[in-house]
Design a protein around this ligand. Structure first.
Ligand code: UT7
Length: 329
């Protein structure tokens, strides 16, 4: 097995801020206090009307390429994790390729909801390990604001828009991706879904739109909370076990950011101080496949992560999907 290296990271969130008070002003039957107490979210970012997922990804990708010191033309592979692609066809990765001017890359999207970035890291590692290419760009990006029902207080408060990216290669330069593990349970994966827009609800009709089939739905959110916490904890333990280290040896946990109470429960379950978890949910909400990628980039750029630190990135998402990455920075 080759050593997989992260050469650069990047992230981008759109400038428009929607805070909890704005949601109240929009007529939603909620309160800032309820949202903060139950989720830890204070505000989230919302893409402009003329901005789509690959636009956010482009900004994050440029930053990652700059940090890596390579150009878009060097890329042989772009893997784009998203559940809100610009279009169902072509792939979001293809829209990004065109905007980046990366003609030598082969591209595809991954649908793994909030675990998407780690799925993409894992897939890119396999391609790099088999010498498919020298440089790969991995993206997690979402415009969740386009698929949430802004009159459904049980879902719309949670989500936000953004993008995170990483440039990977093989060799001995860069930050080592020590492992990545991914898991799927499709048999129990219906609790988070966007039923419309695919072949399940087809064709799109006035009736399906009137019924809100194109909106993201969360069924049994409390049950998925408990399942998520269990899988987050198991994923962190799996990463530590695989690498022959203890949970104590991990300097930073940079998990998918779904709910701050969830993160507190994970910290308690792992018996790790909450201060070792890097948190962005207060500012960005849950940006699905982008969330842990944005958090990683911010933790690197603000100096929280120091050279040699061990970073664990446990994730869980709809589908069901879960997994982890372990990185030595
Ligand atoms: O990214 C991975 C996928 N994400 C998840 O799996 C999400 C996991 N679940 C969660 O994060 C939490 O379950 C939620 C944040 C979605 C909900 O929090 P909760 O503490 O589990 O609340 P609840 O669903 O038990 O609702 C408690 C009460 C209900 O009222 P009643 O029935 O007790 O009268 C809700 O109707 O809070 C009400 N409620 C709200 N009140 C004010 C639900 N949403 C809101 C709201 N504002 N936005």
């Amino acid at each position: 097995m080759k050593s997989i290296r992260i050469l650069g990271t990047g992230s981008y969130v759109p400038p428009k801020i929607l805070n909890n008070y704005d949601l109240q002003k929009m007529g939603l039957d909620t309160s800032h206090d309820w949202i903060v107490k139950r989720t830890g979210i204070h505000e989230r970012r919302i893409a402009g009307d003329d901005v789509c997922t690959s636009d956010l990804a482009l900004e994050a990708a440029i930053k990652a390429l700059n940090m890596a010191g390579i150009t878009a033309g060097d890329l042989g592979l772009i893997i784009f994790a998203t559940i809100t692609p610009d279009t169902n066809c072509p792939a979001a990765a293809n829209w990004l390729q065109a905007k980046l001017d990366a003609p030598n890359a082969v591209n595809f999207d991954i649908t793994a909801a909030c675990s998407g970035f780690i799925y993409a890291l894992n897939a890119a590692s396999q391609y790099l390990n088999s010498d498919f290419c020298k440089y790969a760009l991995v993206i997690g990006a979402e415009v969740m604001s386009r698929v949430v029902n802004w009159s459904d207080r049980t879902t719309c408060i949670l989500w936000g828009d953004g993008a995170g990216a990483a440039v990977l290669t093989t060799g001995d330069k860069g930050h080592e991706l020590l492992s990545s593990h991914i898991h799927t349970d499709g048999a129990n994966g219906q609790d988070l879904q966007v039923p419309g827009g695919g072949s399940l609800v087809t064709p799109i009709t006035h009736d399906s739109v009137d019924k809100g089939a194109h909106y993201l739905k969360m069924i049994e959110a409390n049950a998925s909370f408990r399942v998520a916490v269990r899988h987050f904890i198991e994923s962190a333990r799996e990463a530590a076990r695989f690498n022959g280290i203890s949970i104590e040896d991990i300097n930073w946990f940079i998990p998918h950011q779904a709910n701050n109470r969830m993160t507190q429960a994970i910290a308690k379950g792992l018996e790790v101080p909450y201060e070792r978890f890097y948190i962005t949910i207060d500012r960005y909400g849950n940006s699905s496949s982008a969330s842990c990628a944005i958090a990683l980039d911010e933790a690197v750029r603000d100096g929280s992560v120091k050279p040699g630190d061990i970073i664990c990135m446990p994730v869980f998402g709809g589908g069901l999907t879960w997994g982890s990455a372990l990185i030595r920075w």
